[in-house]
Ligand binder design. Structure first.
Ligand code: ASP
Length: 311
């Protein structure tokens, strides 16, 4: 039995009042840490943490998802098991209460890895995944946020200068007491995204990756940038083949993202030894970490501050 490690994130961007997230992040990291402490698998812990983040309207996932250009919530999510490289992903799904539970069902019960749109929704109903009516997702502030972004004729990260709401994509990575890794990510995507657009959060190797031989990673930011750089897989490569530890790989991945395409976003990463790392090219990133018996709720902390504290 080894020590467990757990990290969660609530998105990256400009976060004007990070303290508003502290209680939620703390509750969720403590819940996930208690599960791992009692021997839960990394896969169960990341599923549970992401489902809790999806239920909290503070974040851009599940209930709090941002609206697309048509004013509708379309969710993307993915999950990966580092023991086997089994993975499940869904994109462009409507009405599913917890998209991460649907991604998990794809991982466990489908012969495929990636289901989209109506096909994914039919699969969800067949596997008794819970649905909610449209008004569950349609909060007043999401409608106002879409109107503001539409006025500027742009698409936006949930956490951006362009809007005053502090909400974001979510993810979790874990290493359990058996040394197994898992990662999961869930999002409503970008505000005012084109109908049919899929970001990195649903794509294994871009927004999510887990392999016991290297690390578990969950990303957040402008999905197109993470898709073009296969960023999660790139970070895993740094651990597996270049021998980097978690923080070195997180830094190297964000350097790669910015040097190649001036990419915008961040990631959390737990390596095969249970070390934790986090990096972002945005001013802030919401996250929380449970490692070596300690809990850090790092909303708004800079990378270097976080690195110094974690050591
Ligand atoms: N990566 C997500 C996407 O592009 C957005 C985010 O992380 O906030 O869909």
């Amino acid at each position: 039995m080894t020590e467990f490690s757990l990290m969660i994130h609530g998105g990256a961007g400009v976060i004007r009042a990070p303290e508003n997230y502290d209680a939620s992040l703390r509750h969720i990291i403590e819940t996930g840490a208690a599960l791992l402490d009692q021997g839960a698998s990394a896969l169960d812990a990341v599923t549970h943490c992401v489902a809790l983040l999806e239920d909290d309207p503070l974040y851009n996932a599940g209930r709090g998802s941002v609206l697309n250009a048509q004013g509708i919530v379309d969710c993307d999510a993915s999950i990966m098991d580092g023991r086997t490289l089994d993975a499940g992903a869904i994109a462009g799904v409507r009405g599913v209460k917890n998209p991460v539970l649907l991604a998990r069902a794809v991982l466990e019960k489908s012969e495929h890895v990636f289901l989209i749109g109506e096909g994914a929704e039919i699969f969800a109903r067949e596997h008794k995944i819970s649905f909610e009516e449209a008004d569950y997702f349609l909060t007043e502030h999401r409608v106002a946020q879409l109107a503001r972004v539409k006025e500027k004729q742009s698409v936006a990260l949930d956490h951006s200068q362009a809007n005053d709401l502090k909400l974001g994509t979510v993810g979790a990575v874990a290493r359990d007491r058996d040394g197994n890794l898992a990662a999961a990510t869930s999002t409503g995507g970008l505000v005012n995204k084109q109908f049919g657009r899929v970001g990195d959060s649903a794509v294994i190797g871009a927004g999510t990756y887990a392999d016991n031989a290297s690390c578990a990673i969950s990303c957040t930011g402008i999905g197109e940038h993470f898709l073009r750089t296969s960023l999660a897989r790139t970070a895993a490569f740094f651990v597996e083949y270049q021998g980097m530890n978690a923080q070195e790989a997180a830094d190297a991945a964000i350097r790669h993202l910015t040097q190649k395409i001036q990419g915008v976003g961040g990631l959390i990463l737990i390596d095969r030894n249970g070390e934790c790392g986090q990096a972002h090219s945005t001013p802030d990133m919401l996250s929380a970490t449970a490692v070596k018996g300690e809990i850090w709720v790092g909303a708004g902390l800079t990378l270097s501050m976080w690195g110094a504290q974690a050591r």
